[in-house]
Ligand binder design. Structure first.
Ligand SMILES: [Fe+2]
Length: 235
């Protein structure tokens, strides 16, 4: 029989490693490609169908396939959720740790990226996000400028993020490659992919123009929900 504290600790560990994935993401091995929440041409003219096709059907599919391939020989980890794989990749054997992190990060980041966009162009932030942005950055335009600077200045391939910390304070961050912000400390709200595969077919080297147009595709209703759902120690 487990003592009380050990019992509750074991329950907590099970919750971390075996919970259903947050946000409806594909949840455990074998992972599958999460369908787009809109048609491939729905984001035109800002992102054309060809880009979305290659980005989703080829690039994201490759992360899914490579993650499954990496996990295939490690049944002990096959019931880990996507979140657990991203958060605790350091617990994997050295031989596959990087492969797991890169590909789980690729799946995680892309699912969120596609969900954060909408065919409904030029949405405005919801009331809570609008207030948070104004309180912290002064205005939507000032926030946009900072977010844009972060995205444009990522060296090489990576992402720019809008995050909420555990006090629901907003934070802009950029990460390289398929790195994910520390999920135990931050709730990702919004992110923009600045790998060249996200824009090169339409924008070539004009990353700033792609990022400028990406703002017109933000699904603020979804971001508002993520903000209100974020864990908060002081709310
Ligand atoms: Fe991408």
């Amino acid at each position: 029989m487990l003592s009380g504290s050990i019992y509750y600790k074991s329950i907590y560990i099970k919750m971390i490693f075996h919970r259903k994935g947050l946000f409806g993401m594909s949840d455990r091995y074998p992972f599958t490609l999460k369908p787009l929440p809109y048609a491939q041409e729905a984001l035109e003219p800002y992102l054309d169908a060809k880009i979305i096709f290659f980005h989703h059907e080829k690039h994201q599919q490759a992360y899914v396939d490579n993650l499954n391939k990496a996990l295939q020989k490690y049944p002990a980890y096959q019931d880990w959720s996507l979140r657990a794989l991203v958060l605790h990749a350091d617990r994997f054997p050295q031989a596959i740790r990087t492969e797991i992190y890169n590909n789980a990060g690729g799946v995680f980041n892309h699912e969120l990226y596609f969900d954060c966009m909408t065919p409904e162009k030029d949405m405005q932030p919801g009331p809570n996000m609008a207030a948070a942005i104004e309180n912290q950055f002064g205005s939507y335009e000032k926030w946009k400028e900072k977010m844009q600077d972060s995205a444009v200045s990522v060296f090489g391939s990576g992402w720019a993020w809008l995050l909420a910390d555990r006090r629901r304070q907003l934070r802009i961050m950029k990460t390289a490659n398929q790195n994910v912000p520390m999920l135990s400390a931050f709730q990702p709200l919004l992110l923009v992919d600045v790998w060249e595969h996200a824009y090169y077919l339409q924008y070539q080297n004009r990353r700033a123009e792609y990022v400028e147009n990406w703002f017109r595709l933000i699904n603020w209703e979804y971001v508002e929900k993520r903000y209100l759902d974020s864990p908060c120690f002081v709310c």
